[in-house]
Design a protein around this ligand. Structure first.
Ligand code: ADP
Ligand code: MG
Length: 691
C-alpha cells in the first residue's frame, strides 16, 4: 500500500537512479509526484492525420519513425531526414543542418513534430520542434499511434529523466497514487465553488479525458491554494485583532509635537493623512492592524516614527523589526538622528553584536529602559523579552513569515501592529493577500531626488554601457549590475553571475567590483553590502537579493541583465535602489529579447509603482508580483487572481468561518484542517501550528 509520504523510489518502474533524478526536481514522495503537474498538453485537436497534411500550412503530426538518414547537400549542409507513419499515411520530415539528431531520434520511436509543410519531391515537414513521445519498444499509454482523442501531458523533465519517462511513470502509478489522496478541503466550500474532488482534480491534470479537461483540475488546485492563503490571513488577523483589545493610547501630543518641531522638513499631505489614520487606530480600543504601503522613498519611516512616539508617550515600548541587519542599522541611524533632539536613544538588537553586547541589550530592553527598539530576527528569539511593547512595526513585512510576525506580536501586550511595505499593489490584491487589513498609502516622494532615466539597450551597446558606467564611477559614483538568478539553487545561473563579476573586475579595473548572491551566508552578504554602502566597492554585481530599502544615495547607475526574466513590479523594485541622491540616475535594461521590448519600453516610461503593479498584474497574473509570489510564505502555482476571482471570495469566507469557530478543533472540519496543516508542513509549506 502506498502512502502519501512513500518515497517515489518504491513506485513501479522508478528505482534509485530515477528517484535521484526526481529528487533534483524536488520530487521525493508520492505526494510530490502527484503535484508534479504537466506544464503543457498536446491534444488531438492540434494533431493532423498525416493523410490530410497540406503544403503551405503549419501542422503538428504524430507518427512512428519508419526510416531515417543523414543526407549531405551541395552546400555542405547536412540534412537529417526521417519518414513518419501514422494510421493514415507516411510523410517525410527534414531538419537542415541538424545531422546530430541522428543520434537521438531512432527508428521505431513515436515522434511528434510541429512545423510548416513545404513541397520538395512531395510533401515535406520542416519541424520547428520535435518531441519523442515513446521509444520503439514502448507501447504508448494513451492509445498507441491512433491520434484520435490523443491528449499528452508534457512534464517538466531533467537530465536522466525525459519527460516521456515521467509521463509513463506517472501514468503507470496514477491509480495507486490517487488512492492515497486525502481531501481536506471543507466539503461545503468545494460544493459552493463547484469544484471537483482532489482525486478527480489530480486525475484531470495527469490524465485528462479530453482536451481542456485539465482546467477543471487546475481550478480545484487553485481553490486549495487560495483557501490555504486565506486560512493564513484569517488566522493572522484573528491573532492580531481578537485575542485582546489593543492598548488605548491617548494622543498627548508631547513627543509627537516635539518631533514635528524638530523635523528638518514638513510632512507631506499624504504623510499627515497616514499619521492621522494611524493615530485614530491607536487611540481607539480596537487593535490596530494596518499596512502602510508606499514605494521606496515615499517616507514611511517618519510616519512609523510618529506612531512609535505615540506609544512611547503613553509609557509603552515601540519596536521596529527589519528583515536584515543592514536595514536595521540604517533605520537605527535614521531614528537616532531624528530622536536626538528629543533626548531619546534607540536600542539596536541585531545578531552581529557580541554575545555580551546582546545580553546587555536584552537586559536593558527587559527592564524597560529603552523605549524605542530597532532590530532583526534577534528580536523574536526566545531570550528577548520586552518590558511593555505597545506597538510593533514590521518593515518590509512580506520578508517575514506569518509565524515570525506573530512571534513578535506575541511578545507584546496585545500591541498595535503597523506593517510597512515597499511593494505597492492594487487595493483589491492587498485585500486578497492580507485579509481586511486597514491600509494607508503613500504615493508621492517628498524628496527632490534626481530622476531615474530608464533605457532599453541591446547587447550591441554593451561596450558603450560599460564605458558610461565606468565614467560615472570614476566621477565618484557607484553602480549596480543585476544578474537575474531565478533559482539560487541553479548552479548554472549562479555561475553566470559569478563569471560576470570576474569579467567586470578585469574590464573595469581599477574599480572595485564585488558580488552578492542569495547563497552567501547572511554575514558575508551583509559585509559586501556594507562595503558598498561605505564606498569601498564601486560596482556591485548582484543577483536579485539587493535589499529593498537599502539606501546608497551615491549609486546612480543600474544595469539589469536579462530584464525580460523579471516581472515589471520586480524591475521597479530593483530600479528603486538608484535615484536616492540628488544626482540624475540611470537604469539600463540590457536585452536582445525582441518579444520583451514592448513591455520593457512601457516600463521605462512609467515611474509610478502602483501603475506598474497594475500593468504587471494585467500582464502576468498576480503570481509574478514582487513580494506576492510568496504570498503568506508560500507560492501560488495554480491560482490566477483574475481568472479565479470568484474562488477568492468563497475561500476567504470559508477560512474566516473556520478560524473563528470552535478553537478546540474537535469536529470533522477541524480535524481535516489539522490534517491539512500537517500535510502541508510535510511538503514544506507552513500554514501555522495548531494548538
Ligand atoms: P521609505 O522607507 O518609504 O523608502 P524613507 O522613510 O527612508 O522612505 O524616506 C526617504 C527619505 O525621504 C529619507 O531621507 C527621509 O528623511 C526623507 N523624507 C521623508 N519625509 C520627508 C518629507 N516630508 N520631506 C522631505 N524629506 C522627507
Ligand atoms: Mg524604508
Amino acid at each position: 500500500m502506498l502512502r502519501p509520504d512513500t518515497p517515489v523510489q518504491f513506485l513501479k518502474g522508478v528505482g534509485p537512479q530515477r528517484a535521484e533524478a526526481f529528487e533534483r526536481m524536488g520530487v521525493r514522495t508520492v505526494e510530490d509526484l502527484l503535484y508534479h503537474i504537466p506544464h503543457r498538453y498536446l491534444d488531438a485537436t492540434t494533431v493532423t492525420p498525416i493523410a490530410s497534411v497540406d503544403v503551405g500550412t503549419e501542422v503538428t503530426i504524430v507518427g512512428r519513425v519508419v526510416s531515417k538518414a543523414v543526407v549531405p547537400t551541395r552546400r555542405r549542409l547536412r540534412i537529417f531526414r526521417a519518414v513518419l507513419r501514422d494510421d493514415t499515411g507516411v510523410i517525410e520530415c527534414a531538419w537542415p543542418g541538424q545531422a546530430f539528431l541522428d543520434r537521438t531520434i531512432k527508428q521505431g520511436q513515436l515522434l511528434l513534430v510541429t512545423g510548416p509543410v513545404k513541397y520538395y519531391h512531395g510533401r515535406q515537414v520542416v519541424p520547428r520542434e520535435q518531441i519523442i513521445l515513446a521509444d520503439a519498444e514502448e507501447v504508448d499509454g494513451e492509445g498507441g499511434e491512433s491520434t484520435a482523442g490523443l491528449v499528452l501531458p508534457v512534464y517538466p523533465a531533467t537530465e536522466g529523466l525525459a519527460h516521456r519517462q515521467v509521463r509513463r511513470l506517472v501514468h503507470e502509478n496514477l491509480d495507486a497514487m490517487l488512492a492515497t489522496v486525502d481531501d481536506t478541503l471543507p466539503e461545503r466550500l468545494r460544493v459552493a465553488a463547484h469544484a471537483v474532488s482532489l482525486e478527480q482534480a489530480l486525475r484531470a491534470v495527469h490524465r485528462p479525458a479530453a482536451a481542456g479537461a485539465w482546467e477543471q483540475g487546475r481550478r480545484r488546485l487553485a481553490l486549495d491554494e487560495l483557501f490555504d492563503l486565506q486560512l493564513v490571513v484569517a488566522r493572522a488577523r484573528h491573532l492580531a485583532k481578537s485575542a485582546h483589545k489593543g492598548p488605548t493610547f491617548v494622543n498627548r501630543k508631547e513627543l509627537t509635537s516635539a518631533l514635528r518641531g524638530a523635523l528638518p522638513f514638513e510632512l507631506t499631505a499624504e504623510q499627515k493623512r497616514a499619521v492621522r489614520e494611524i493615530a485614530a487606530d491607536m487611540t481607539s480600543d480596537r487593535r490596530m492592524h494596518r499596512l502602510l504601503m508606499g514605494d521606496v522613498g515615499t517616507g514611511k519611516t517618519v510616519v512609523a516614527l510618529f506612531a512609535m512616539l505615540l506609544a512611547v508617550e503613553n509609557g509603552y515600548q515601540a519596536v521596529f523589526m527589519a528583515p536584515t541587519e543592514l536595514l536595521a542599522e540604517q533605520h537605527a541611524g535614521t531614528l537616532t538622528a531624528l530622536l536626538a533632539p528629543l533626548g531619546i536613544v534607540p536600542e539596536l538588537l541585531i545578531g552581529r553584536l557580541t554575545a555580551a553586547q546582546k545580553a546587555a541589550a536584552r537586559e536593558r530592553i527587559a527592564s524597560g529602559g529603552p523605549r524605542v527598539i530597532v532590530g532583526t530576527h534577534a528580536l523574536i528569539q526566545e531570550q528577548t523579552a520586552f518590558h511593555r511593547m505597545g506597538l510593533a512595526v514590521i518593515d518590509e513585512q512580506h520578508r517575514f513569515g506569518v509565524e515570525q510576525r506573530a512571534a513578535l506580536i506575541e511578545k507584546g501586550e496585545a500591541p498595535d501592529v503597523l506593517l510597512l511595505s515597499a511593494t505597492p499593489i492594487p487595493r483589491s490584491l492587498a485585500l486578497t493577500l492580507y485579509g481586511d487589513l486597514d491600509i494607508s498609502v503613500l504615493r508621492q516622494k517628498p524628496l527632490r531626488q534626481g530622476p531615474v532615466k530608464t533605457g532599453v539597450r541591446s547587447n550591441r551597446d554593451r561596450e558603450k554601457v560599460y564605458r558610461f558606467l565606468r565614467e560615472r564611477c570614476e566621477a565618484g559614483g557607484q553602480a549596480y549590475v543585476v544578474y537575474p538568478v531565478i533559482d539560487e539553487s541553479e548552479r548554472v545561473d549562479l555561475k553566470a553571475a559569478t563569471t560576470m563579476a570576474q569579467e567586470l573586475t578585469e574590464r573595469l579595473a581599477p574599480l572595485t567590483v564585488a558580488l552578492v548572491h542569495g547563497r552567501q551566508r547572511a554575514e558575508e552578504r551583509d559585509d559586501v553590502m556594507r562595503r558598498f554602502r561605505d564606498g569601498a566597492v564601486q560596482v556591485l554585481v548582484a543577483t536579485t537579493v539587493i535589499e529593498v530599502g537599502i539606501d546608497v544615495p551615491n549609486a546612480t547607475v543600474m544595469v539589469i541583465e536579462h530584464p525580460e526574466r523579471f516581472g515589471l513590479a520586480q524591475l521597479h523594485q530593483l530600479r528603486g535602489r538608484v535615484g536616492r541622491g540628488a544626482e540624475e540616475s540611470h537604469c539600463v535594461l540590457l536585452t536582445d529579447e525582441a518579444s520583451a521590448l514592448d513591455r520593457l519600453r512601457r516600463f521605462a516610461r512609467t515611474t509610478d509603482g502602483f501603475k506598474i503593479a497594475e500593468l504587471d498584474l494585467r500582464e502576468r497574473g498576480m503570481g509574478e508580483l514582487a513580494g506576492t509570489r510568496q504570498a503568506g510564505g508560500f507560492a501560488l502555482r495554480f491560482a490566477d487572481l483574475e481568472r479565479d476571482a470568484d474562488l477568492i471570495d468563497r475561500a476567504r469566507k470559508a477560512a474566516l468561518a473556520l478560524i473563528a469557530s470552535d478553537p478546540t478543533l474537535s469536529n470533522r472540519e477541524h480535524s481535516a484542517l489539522r490534517r491539512r496543516i500537517e500535510r502541508r508542513h510535510r511538503r514544506g509549506i507552513e500554514l501555522f501550528q495548531v494548538g
